[in-house]
Write a new protein. Structure first.
Length: 115
């Protein structure tokens, strides 16, 4: 459990990362529905773990993570500028299958209702 400052910074960074990712022109990212599912900030606010999820599945999320890692300098600069941070945190992107998992649970619940 983080402090209030960490939680607030994580939510702000998550919101701005989602906006920056939508604006990227990379075809590995633009053609898929990519979502920032979670952001975890360290205590000194210098590192952020960003969990990326895709509707198409984990493989698409892994490809998006590769593209985002290549563009991490641009993304880091843009997030730092938008949030007016003195030192923009270093970003580490991690593939996540939370959207796919949530969709499978929703499908199972629909199957139970139909029966």
């Amino acid at each position: 459990m983080g402090t209030y400052k960490q939680d607030r910074a994580a939510e702000d960074i998550k919101r701005e990362l989602a906006a920056v990712i939508r604006e990227l022109k990379d075809p590995r990212i633009a053609e898929h529905l990519i979502s920032v599912s979670r952001a975890e900030v360290t205590g000194d606010l210098s590192y952020v773990k960003v969990y990326i999820s895709a509707i198409e599945g984990l493989e698409t999320a892994k490809n998006a993570v590769k593209a985002l890692t290549n563009a991490s300098g641009l993304i880091r600069r843009e997030v730092g500028k938008r949030l007016r941070l003195r030192k923009a945190p270093e970003l580490k992107f991690i593939a996540d299958d939370s959207i796919e998992y949530g969709m499978s649970i929703a499908k199972k619940l629909e199957d139970l209702v139909d029966d």
